[in-house]
Design a protein around this ligand. Structure first.
Ligand SMILES: [Zn+2]
Length: 358
């Protein structure tokens, strides 16, 4: 053995077996540099990966995700990124392509391993049958606001953890543990801890995704009483207002409404992306005056003149619900966002039907 250097491995062997030597970029304490386009994606990534990643989020929650200014400072962040998380379904079509082109980082170009479209595996709602500007500013691949249904965050968490594990194989186990902890907390928040302990989060999630949760809870008894009585969490809280007809400003609460059983009857926008005319508002006053719609949901960043005047004329309450983490001071992370949204709705409806306008 004399004269032989320890660990002398022929270079060719190293090159032939890259899998034996996971990329060491992050091994020496360097963190995976992750850029998220939107705060909800950033919040989920942060919950999964903690301080293994160095996270930058481009848009803030009070901004309209459809329209973000592609500033050069974002390109600098993207130039050094290992991973880019996008919502996809063309939500960021106006600003992500100019940013990635300007960043000149091949790792995060569409199609590269570092470009992560978080809409993968999502069951998309409202896919248009025809594409025409006459339909307003439609999203051609369907409604992209899928993270307003917390159950979709389970899918997104899997996508993000998988992508992190691919760029940082040494951390794959940690990301998977982070994903599991996130999903467990998500199930407990959505269904309540007691029911998750009784029925299992994965089972409840499957039933809810299939639209059969109610049937399952009614048809399964425990000690002579149906499981329904054990439903807690956001769904348990929202049961009190299930079936409530509402108006929303834009078509961005479709997933939320479907999950929680709220009925969206009308939109303040006559067509997605089009501001209401005086005529459309007058029509809405007629609809609201019938008294069966109890709530108007609007967003932080749209004009409030229309909704204020509707409330003024009809007495129907308006609440501003954030869609993204940071859209209200209370919405500090993805869980707090739904705590806040569900509390706001339940509180607004607890007061009973509208008292009539002036
Ligand atoms: Zn939209």
């Amino acid at each position: 053995m004399k004269g032989m250097r320890p660990f002398a491995v022929p270079l060719g062997l190293l090159l032939l077996a890259p899998g034996l030597f996971p990329p060491s970029a992050f091994a020496g304490g360097g963190k995976v540099r992750v850029v998220a386009t939107l705060p909800n994606l950033g919040s989920i990534a942060s919950a999964i990966a903690g301080d293994r990643i160095d996270l930058t989020t481009i848009a803030v929650g009070t901004q309209d995700a459809h329209f973000v200014d592609p500033k050069p400072s974002y390109m600098v962040k993207l130039r050094n990124a290992d991973l880019l998380l996008v919502n996809g379904l063309d939500l960021e079509i106006g600003w992500v392509p100019p940013l990635t082109q300007g960043a000149r980082n091949p790792k995060i170009l569409q199609g590269a391993a570092g470009y992560v479209d978080c809409s993968a595996g999502i069951r998309v709602m409202e896919i248009p049958s025809s594409l025409s500007r006459a339909e307003g500013d439609v999203h051609p691949y369907g409604n992209p606001h899928y993270l307003t249904d917390p159950l979709n965050a389970e899918v997104v968490a899997g996508t993000i953890a998988g992508a992190l594990g691919r760029v940082d194989p040494a951390g794959a186990e940690a990301y998977e543990a982070g994903r599991k902890a996130f999903v467990k907390r998500l199930h407990e928040s959505l269904f309540g801890k007691e029911l998750v302990d009784l029925a299992g989060g994965a089972k409840l999630s499957r039933e809810a995704a299939a639209g059969t949760l109610d049937a399952f809870l009614d048809g399964t008894s425990l000690g002579g009483a149906p499981l329904r009585g054990r439903l807690g969490g956001w769904l348990g809280k929202m049961r009190a207002v299930k079936g409530t007809p509402v108006i929303t400003y834009h078509k961005d609460y479709s997933y939320f409404a479907a999950r929680f059983g709220i009925r969206v009857e009308e939109y303040v926008e006559p067509k997605p992306g089009i501001q209401p005319s005086a005529k459309h508002l007058e029509d809405l006053v007629q609809v609201l005056s019938r008294g069966d719609i109890h709530l108007i949901l609007t967003r932080p960043y749209v004009e409030h003149r229309s909704t204020d005047s509707l409330a003024d004329k009809t007495g129907v309450k308006v609440i501003t619900l954030p869609l993204e983490v940071g859209g209200a001071p209370e919405a500090t992370d993805y869980f707090a966002l739904f705590d806040f949204a569900t509390n706001q709705i339940v509180r607004a409806l607890a007061a009973g039907p509208p008292s009539g306008g002036r």
